[in-house]
Design a protein around this ligand. Structure first.
Ligand SMILES: [Zn+2]
Length: 360
């Protein structure tokens, strides 16, 4: 075999983003294989690729008892480009052997149709359609995609280890439209078990400045994996959206390094990296009618902006939202939602009690 042949990578591994944007499935003979470094790859669907270390490929049932299963997703919102580029590079580096693979990994580029259109979504917001919510829609591209991603995700975790507190992970990477008091933050889905020490250690390693704890179940991709498969799941908001190729990827280095350490099985010991500040959802502002107005803030108010007790934040006919606690911070304000939907979340800081309650 020549050195050129040894370095040959299937196009979908060399540039998974470009391959996915092109939109064609691989030839049947190229949909799965084993690389020179022993990594087994399987193309499962447009934008969905499974990678397994050598041992796992040879004896799936035995090996899956001893390695973690890590789902890495990006592009659930099609215009959130930077993390999609990071995942595509991560795939190439695993394939070339420059990044060691110690886990089973499922790489998911969430919404290729929206990625091609450079839009958040085509028909419906994909990240509101999980946990079976897609079944309530009559049709649309994202309905079909959510069904398919749920099935492939279930298949991936069905073969995963069940032992060990950190055997299953899901990191769903996004970028925000709105600026934020904390440029990079994480959202943790609501689970019966509550937040875990392993996840907080990882978020600290990723230099995530703030964590938002949901107190009600949502219909996001991470809610689905946390609730259905017991995965340690987080949604990362990593900063501002730009077109493909225009992203300053250096701003995402810490999160990228943390994702790479996770798949390489090389998470550092707890090293005193600053823990994120923690905020817990305490209320929401609901839009009731087209008369709805957000008050006391500009249209571009950053996420996590604090407001003092007594401040009126919204008005809609006879409905008022007035800050009741000493300080409440607004997250994801959006007065343009349809009447009946959430127009903002309100959070309060709960850092000390949350960190104190984490298990060992
Ligand atoms: Zn997003």
């Amino acid at each position: 075999m020549t050195s050129n042949a040894e370095r040959y990578l299937p196009p979908m591994l060399a540039d998974f983003l470009a391959f996915t944007l092109a939109g064609d499935p691989p030839a049947v003979a190229q949909a799965r294989g084993e690389l020179a470094n022993g990594v087994c790859y399987t193309w499962l669907e447009l934008g969905v690729l499974q990678l397994e270390p050598a041992a796992a490929g040879e004896a799936p049932t035995e090996a899956s008892a001893s390695v973690a299963s890590v789902l890495l997703s990006a592009g659930v919102h099609g215009d959130e480009t930077a993390p999609i580029e990071l995942l595509s590079r991560l795939v190439a580096d695993i394939a070339q052997g420059t990044l060691r693979l110690a886990c089973r990994v499922l790489v998911v580029l969430g919404n290729p149709a929206a990625m091609r259109a450079a839009q958040r979504y085509v028909d419906d917001d994909l990240n509101r359609l999980f946990c079976g919510r897609h079944a309530q829609l009559a049709g649309g591209r994202e309905k079909a995609r959510a069904e398919r991603l749920e099935a492939l995700t279930a298949q991936f975790f069905a073969q995963a280890a069940t032992l060990g507190a950190a055997a299953r992970w899901h990191v769903d990477m996004h970028t925000a439209i709105r600026s934020s008091v904390f440029e990079q933050f994480a959202l943790l889905p609501h689970t019966a078990a509550g937040p875990s020490r392993a996840m907080f250690d990882w978020l600290a390693f990723a230099h995530i400045a703030a964590v938002l704890l949901h107190t009600a179940k949502g219909t996001t991709y991470t809610q689905f994996t946390a609730e259905t498969f017991g995965a340690l799941a987080c949604t990362l908001e990593l900063g501002k959206v730009r077109p493909f190729g225009d992203n300053d990827l250096s701003r995402f280095t810490a999160a990228d390094n943390a994702a790479r350490a996770l798949v390489a099985g090389a998470l550092p010991p707890r090293d005193g990296a600053a823990m994120p500040r923690v905020f817990t959802v305490v209320d929401q502002i609901t839009k009731h009618s087209d008369a709805f107005e957000l008050l006391a803030m500009g249209a571009d108010v950053p996420n996590f902006t604090p407001f003092a007790k007594g401040t009126m934040l919204a008005r809609d006919g006879t409905y008022r939202y007035v800050v009741e606690r000493d300080e409440e911070r607004i997250v994801f304000p959006n007065p343009a939602v349809k009447p009946g939907l959430r127009a903002a979340l309100l959070v309060i800081e709960t850092t000390s009690e949350t960190l104190a309650a984490l298990g060992a």
